[in-house]
Design a protein around this ligand. Structure first.
Ligand SMILES: Nc1ncnc2c1ncn2[C@@H]1O[C@H](COP(=O)(O)OP(=O)(O)O)[C@@H](O)[C@H]1O
Ligand SMILES: [Mg+2]
Length: 170
């Protein structure tokens, strides 16, 4: 699903001369989710990286597992969001001071939608400002979507699956 969503973004990334990097952990847990909803989540986060952080030149999209969760990460290397606005940017219509000054198009609805969809899945979306890799480089932003996943679902077959597998072998 994430790969399909990223295909939609490639043209705009090229236009903005941004590189897309992905890092997907193997053996991710199986998730039950709304495909359209999570596609919108991915598109909105990458759209923000393009609109608000193009100068960073790169978007890094990751999928990893954490205990009890599958985690989608969208990382950019742009200006970041001031700490005191971290919670506010998830509010409907809120746009940061800097964004308003720069005349970037938008309505401030994207992250509210992201949060709504993620929470409807029982998950959480968080913004962390990573420490800049270069001493005086911009911090960038890392948005992470935590979706609850059954622990070890991909390694241990369920009862039903196990009996189907046993039936196939015999
Ligand atoms: N990747 C990012 N880098 C810097 N600022 C961001 C980023 N993503 C979101 N923001 C800030 O959060 C605000 C809200 O985001 P969003 O709800 O998607 O609205 P918008 O329509 O402005 O994209 C943006 O206006 C911007 O100020
Ligand atoms: Mg947006």
């Amino acid at each position: 699903m994430v790969e399909r969503a990223l295909d939609v973004c490639r043209y705009r990334l090229d236009k903005e001369k941004m590189r897309l990097e992905t890092n997907f952990e193997p053996e991710l847990p199986c998730l039950r989710m709304d495909d359209n909803g999570m596609t919108l989540v991915t598109l909105n986060l990458v759209d923000n990286a393009i609109k608000h952080a193009a100068e960073g030149g790169k978007v890094l999209v990751t999928l990893r597992r954490a205990p009890g969760f599958a985690v989608l990460g969208v990382r950019d290397f742009g200006p970041g969001v001031p700490r005191e606005e971290h919670n506010r940017i998830f509010e409907r219509f809120y746009r940061s001071q800097r964004t308003r000054e720069r005349n970037v198009r938008g309505s401030g609805i994207g992250l509210a939608l992201v949060r709504y969809i993620v929470e409807a899945h029982g998950g959480r979306v968080v913004l962390t400002s990573p420490v800049a890799s270069k001493q005086d480089g911009p911090p960038g932003s890392l948005f992470e979507v935590f979706l609850p996943a059954p622990v070890a679902a991909s390694t241990r077959p369920s009862g039903a699956q196990a009996s189907v597998e046993a039936a196939i072998k015999s």
